[in-house]
Design a protein around this ligand. Structure first.
Ligand SMILES: [Zn+2]
Length: 72
C-alpha cells in the first residue's frame, strides 16, 4: 500500500506532516490518521485507517495505490 499525490502521481514528493495513532485500552490499534503534503505541488491529503470499522479513507489530493509506486 502506497499513498501517492493525485497531481504528481508519485509518492516521491509526499511527506507526512502529521501522524497520529489512536489506541483503545492502551493496547489495540484503533485508528491511524496521517496527514500528507506534497512538496512539489503543495497538495495536501489525509489517510485514515479505522480498525473498528475496517475502513480506509483517503481524503484530499492523495490516492492510495496497491501497486508499485510510479515514478515520473
Ligand atoms: Zn504533488
Amino acid at each position: 500500500m502506497t499513498i501517492i499525490c493525485s497531481n504528481c502521481e508519485t509518492a516521491q514528493f509526499l511527506q507526512i506532516v502529521q501522524s497520529r495513532v489512536y489506541f483503545e485500552d492502551g493496547e489495540m490499534l484503533d485508528e491511524i490518521n496521517e496527514s500528507y503534503e506534497c512538496t512539489m505541488c503543495d497538495a495536501t491529503g489525509e489517510y485514515i485507517y479505522d480498525r473498528t470499522r475496517g475502513d480506509e479513507i483517503v481524503k484530499g489530493d492523495v490516492e492510495k495505490t496497491d501497486g508499485r509506486p510510479k515514478y515520473a
